[in-house]
Design a protein around this ligand. Sequence first.
Ligand SMILES: NC(=O)c1ccc[n+]([C@@H]2O[C@H](COP(=O)([O-])OP(=O)(O)OC[C@H]3O[C@@H](n4cnc5c(N)ncnc54)[C@H](O)[C@@H]3O)[C@@H](O)[C@H]2O)c1
Length: 260
Amino acid sequence: MKINSEISAIVTGGASGLGEATARVLAAKGAKVTLFDLNEERGQMVAGEIGGAFAKVNVADEASVDAGFALAREKHGQERIMINCAGIGWAAKTAGRNRKTGEIMAHPIKDFQLVININLVGTFMCLSKSAAGMMTLDPLGDSGRGVIVNTASVAAQDGQIGQVAYSASKGGIVGMTLPIARDLAREGIRCNVILPGFFDTPIYESLPPEVKDSLRSHVQFPARFGRPEEYGEFAACLVENDYINAENIRLDAGARMPPR
Ligand SMILES: NC(=O)c1ccc[n+]([C@@H]2O[C@H](COP(=O)([O-])OP(=O)(O)OC[C@H]3O[C@@H](n4cnc5c(N)ncnc54)[C@H](O)[C@@H]3O)[C@@H](O)[C@H]2O)c1
């Protein structure tokens, strides 16, 4: 699908990191972009800079998502591009021992549910409601009615110690790619997923430098963290190339994660 000023796009998590970079790439190509994010201050700032719109949306809350779509469609018309980047990281073992007291604890179920709810259910809710909206549009020839790009993680395939909830949420995103593409094929809507390796974004802000160095050591070539714009350009490429569909693609410079 050619990205131009006729095309509207929604980017969740668009106030920061990979979502922000994607919103900037789409806007530079002329698209009318609406950002969905919890971070109102940064969301408004980025939307202002790219001439787009911002909606304060919690992707895990249906009423909030519905209000976001209403705002986006009011401002820019029905979107043909849906990019899902909103997500959170998490660290807790399946069951573990407290290092100081020796106490044995199962993974808090509430925490597991929170991660699944934001990363997996939130992604599905946004893409499902977006697809229903796209189905009201006329197709643009071979480009069809619309395109969905979701964000998983290499942790969907090689999750490390403590990543069980995060890996499950991202594995769910990977697992639903093919059925989504099949469900929506007749409607002319494609769905692809990017599995990023390590990208320099605020999600790693709280990590100590030695942990970041350790992550970097698993990258093959180029041996550095990815730049958010490299993600944004790749997401745009998945939108623009009409022949790519139902794919889960690692964007990781060859990184393979060991257990820790
Ligand atoms: N940065 C990486 O190396 C990396 C690697 C693999 C996967 N990912 C995935 O990429 C996506 C983007 O990550 P990032 O690195 O840009 O992180 P980030 O923290 O910079 O951006 C995530 C954005 O999502 C928003 N968000 C979080 N929960 C939300 C909710 N419930 N509703 C709406 N917005 C919400 C945050 O406010 C933030 O602006 C995430 O899904 C993350 O899991 C990132």
